[in-house]
Every structure is written in C-alpha cells, then in structure tokens.
Ligand binder design. Structure first.
Ligand SMILES: C[S@@+](CC[C@H](N)C(=O)[O-])C[C@H]1O[C@@H](n2cnc3c(N)ncnc32)[C@H](O)[C@@H]1O
Length: 264
C-alpha cells in the first residue's frame, strides 16, 4: 500500500530484508508444520510470498523440491544469499522466482501450495485474492493441497472504534544496536483492513542510524470470509485450525490456518 511516507514494498526492501529473520528467529512451529505437509504429500511445493526463504530453505534442506515466488527484490536477494550457504542438494532443489502471486505461470504443477506468515493478508482486495487463488488452482497437481496461514483477526478489537499501539525493541546481534518498532494500529472496517502506521528505527544507544515510516495494511480475513472466497474460486475447505497441531479454529487464537483442495 502506498502512502506519502513510504510503501510496504520499500519497507521490505530496506528493512525487512535485513531484519525479517531476526524478528522471526523464534518462530519454528510453522516451519515444522509445512515440512510435515510436504512429507505427507510428496512432490514439489510452491510458497507464495517466500520472503527470505525462512520456511522454504528448511523444506528444501529436508529433501523437498520447492519453488518460492516473491515480488520484493530485497527479500529475494536475502533469500538467495542464504541459499548460497546451503548444501549443493538444497541449492538444486530450491528455486526462487521473482514474481507476483496474482499472476504467474511456472509451467509445472505442485502437490502443495502454501502461504506462510500472513503473506496472504497483503493481498488487500477480494479481486487480488481471487486472482491468486485461481492461479494457485491452475498450478495444483491432482490431489494437491493449498494451505493459507493467516493471523486470526481479533473481532473484539475490530468492532471497537479505538486503536491500539505497539512498541518493541529488538537487540541486533552483535553489539549494542537495536531495532525499534513503534506502530499505531486501527481497523478500516469500510475496506475490511487492519492498518498499521509503523516507524522502524535502527538505534545505537540513543542515536538513530536509520529510520523508515510506512503504512502496513492487511486484509481483515475472518473465517467466514475466507471460506466464501475459497468457494467462489473453486476450492473446498477441508480443515481450519487455530494452531499448527490441529486445534480446531476457535478463540483465543493468534493464527488461523486453512487447508483447501480444488472442489470436485
Ligand atoms: C510477512 S512476509 C512472509 C515471508 C515468508 N512467507 C515467511 O513466512 O517467512 C510476506 C512476503 O510476501 C511478499 N508478498 C506480498 N505480496 C506479494 C505478491 N503480490 N506477490 C509476491 N510476493 C508478495 C512480501 O514481499 C513478503 O516478502
């Protein structure tokens, strides 16, 4: 989303490419989850919005052929740099492709297509998501599975008119630098978006070395809406979960994971 301060794409290129893995260092349960699905289904997997390869690289290292689509050149460069340090077999099995998840033609089919860590919510309109769903359906092999890993919307917050704030500092190894993230989060209920006006700063002591301000909008995707959009794009929902071990989708929950197949 573009605003006068900066774009999310710039934030990915300038900040997240360098710090995404630091921010998500403790997040491994989703990696295990997608790896177990890849094990179960066999065949190649495609990640939509692959980022720095946080999930895709471990899948390829575990022996799976994986393709990863990504539109941020910065994230892609980081993913490729990480992959260069991997074993030759992993490098051969993993294919990073510059592209948009709404329109691509990889000229092959996949047993598993997945979107991890809320990437799907960056498709802000139903038309965007419809295009991405139809593209995914064309790329699924017979018996293939689509998995969308989203954040569970907090409908209590969404129904309130107020806003919330977020302020977090993350130490950056090595040395005494830190990444400070401050955000003002509010709901745009007319367009069904969660909007976060964010300031990211790299600090050394009290000195600010770098700073970026941008607006991060995400689609507000409550379960009924996800189910409807999947159905309209020719998918049938086979499971929805509120964690990576299969707990049924119900509050309280931070994540909402949807498993779908093309409708018969
Ligand atoms: C929150 S990050 C998640 C990265 C990765 N999936 C992970 O789990 O670590 C979202 C990623 O989706 C990418 N993305 C968003 N919209 C996209 C689009 N339309 N086409 C391709 N990539 C997109 C962003 O550039 C970003 O790298």
């Amino acid at each position: 989303m573009i605003d006068e301060k900066g774009t999310l794409a710039e934030a990915y290129d300038r900040f997240y490419a360098r710090y995404f893995d630091v921010l998500h260092a403790s997040q491994t349960d989703d990696v295990e989850f997608f790896r177990s699905w890849a094990d179960r289904l066999g065949g190649p997997a495609l990640e939509l919005g692959v980022g720095t390869g946080r999930v895709a690289i471990p899948l390829a290292a575990a022996g799976h052929e994986v393709w990863g689509l990504e539109r941020s050149q910065g994230m892609l460069a980081r993913a490729r740099a990480k992959l260069a340090d991997e074993e030759p077999g992993t490098r051969e099995r993993l294919h990073f492709v510059a592209g948009d998840v709404r329109r691509y033609d990889l000229k092959r089919r996949f047993a598993l297509i997945y979107s991890a860590c809320n990437s799907w919510e960056e498709l802000l309109t139903e038309a965007d998501r419809r295009e991405a769903l139809e593209c995914a359906r064309r790329h699924l092999a017979p018996g293939g599975v689509l998995i969308l890993d989203l954040s569970a919307p907090d409908l209590n917050r969404a129904s309130a008119t107020g806003e919330s704030t977020y302020d977090r500092s993350i130490p950056l190894p090595p040395g005494d630098m830190e990444l400070r993230i401050a955000a003002r989060i509010y709901y745009d209920l007319e367009n069904l978006l969660v909007v976060s006006d964010e300031v990211h700063e790299i600090k050394e002591g009290e000195e600010v070395l770098e700073r970026i301000e941008f607006r991060h909008a995400r689609a507000l995707l409550e379960p009924k809406r996800v189910r409807g959009e999947l159905a309209r794009a020719g998918f049938e929902l086979t499971a929805s979960m509120s964690n990576y071990t299969g707990r049924a989708l119900r509050p309280p929950s931070a994540v909402a994971v949807y498993v779908a197949r093309p409708a018969a």
